[in-house]
Ligand binder design. Structure first.
Ligand code: ATP
Ligand code: MG
Length: 280
C-alpha cells in the first residue's frame, strides 16, 4: 500500500537517516517541527545524487544499492528495498536537494503526495537534504492517528538514539556527527569523535554510562561487545536493552531471554537490566 514504510514521523526520520548513512555521510542534521507533523528535515554531507539519480530515487522500487541477485547475499547497507523515499513522497510534500562532488551545481525536486515536479537547478553544498512537510495532510484518517508533538518526538528521539548507537559502533568505520533539533531548539549534538560511553552519557545520562561494565568476546565467527548495566541501575521495563546486529537495531526474543538468564540471581524478578549489545 502507498506509504507502507511510513507509520509515523519517527519512521520517516529513521528511513532518511539510514539513507544518509548509506550515502557515506559524516554529518547528519535532523530538524523537526511540531513533532514532525509540520516538518521533518534530514540534511547530510554524503555522496549526493546527480539530477537523473534524484528523479529516479523517488520512484518506487529504485535502489542503487542492489544491482545483481548476488548482492542480496551480502547486503552491507541499511536500505535495499528501494521503497522508502517513494513511500514517503506518496503521503507528504517533499523537497529534495542534492549535489555530488563532481557536478557543478545542485539539483532539486518537489513532490506533493506522489505528484512529481521536474528536476531543476538550485544552489546547495555537496550532500543531500530531504524536507518532508505536512505528513498525511491528504489522508485525514492517518493524520488523526498522529499523537501529540511530545509523543511523536519521543518516537523520533528513539530512532535517533538507535541510529546514533548502532552506526557508532559498526566497526567505528564511519565517524558520524549527529544533531537533532526540535522547533529550533537543539536536543542532541553528538560528535563523531566521542566513544560509545560518552555517547551513551549524552543520549541517556552520565549515571547510566558510568555504571556499565564492558566486555567482549569472539564466538562462532561473531564479535560481541557488551556494555552491561550494574544491578543498581536496573529498570522496571526492558526499554533500555539495545541490541545491534551489524549496526542495525534489532529486537530478538532469544537474546532478551539470554540477557534475563544472565542476570538471574542479581536482579529482582520484576527488574530489567540496562544492556547495550553490539554483535558484528
Ligand atoms: N541521502 C541520500 N544521499 C544519496 N543518495 C540517496 C540518499 N537518499 C536516497 N538516496 C538514493 O535514493 C535511492 C532510493 O532511496 P530509498 O530509501 O527509497 O531506497 P533504498 O535506501 O535503496 O532502500 P530502502 O527502501 O530499503 O530504504 C537509494 O538507493 C539511493 O541511491
Ligand atoms: Mg533507504
Amino acid at each position: 500500500a502507498a506509504g507502507e514504510v511510513v507509520e509515523r514521523p519517527g519512521s520517516v526520520v529513521k528511513e532518511l537517516m539510514e539513507n544518509s548513512i548509506d550515502a557515506g555521510a559524516t554529518k547528519i542534521t535532523v530538524s523537526i517541527e511540531d513533532g514532525g507533523r509540520k516538518l521533518i528535515s534530514v540534511a547530510d554531507n554524503g555522496r549526493g545524487m546527480d539530477g537523473e539519480d534524484l528523479a529516479s530515487a523517488l520512484e518506487s522500487h529504485t535502489t542503487s544499492k542492489i544491482k545483481t541477485s548476488q548482492d542480496l547475499r551480502g547486503i552491507s547497507t541499511l536500505g535495499f528495498r528501494g521503497e522508502a523515499l517513494a513511500s514517503i513522497a506518496s503521503v507528504a510534500q517533499i523537497r529534495a536537494v542534492s549535489k555530488t562532488k563532481d557536478s557543478p551545481g545542485a539539483n532539486c525536486i518537489e513532490i506533493d503526495c506522489g505528484d512529481k515536479g521536474s528536476v531543476s537547478p538550485c544552489s546547495a553544498d555537496c550532500g543531500t537534504t530531504i524536507q518532508v512537510r505536512d505528513i498525511f495532510y491528504k489522508l485525514p484518517a492517518r493524520r488523526k492517528f498522529l499523537k501529540t508533538a511530545n509523543t511523536e518526538m519521543g518516537h523520533i528521539t528513539e530512532h535517533f538514539t538507535r541510529i546514533a548507537l548502532g552506526s557508532h559502533f559498526a566497526g567505528s568505520k564511519q565517524v558520524l556527527d549527529m544533531i537533532l533539533y526540535h522547533n529550533g531548539r537543539e536536543l542532541y549534538q553528538l560528535s563523531g569523535k566521542q566513544d560509545v560511553r560518552q555517547r551513551i552519557a549524552e543520549l541517556f545520562s552520565p549515571e547510566i554510562s558510568e555504571n556499565l561494565i564492558a566486555t567482549e568476546s569472539n564466538e562462532k565467527g561473531m564479535h560481541i561487545f557488551a556494555l552491561l548495566g550494574r544491578p543498581d541501575i536496573s529498570r522496571t521495563n526492558n526499554k533500555f536493552q539495545y541490541v545491534f546486529l551489524n549496526g542495525r537495531f534489532i529486537r530478538d526474543k532469544f537474546i532478551s531471554h539470554a540477557i534475563k538468564e544472565a542476570y538471574r540471581g542479581s536482579l529482582e524478578p520484576n527488574r530489567f537490566p540496562v544492556v547495550f549489545l553490539f554483535i558484528q
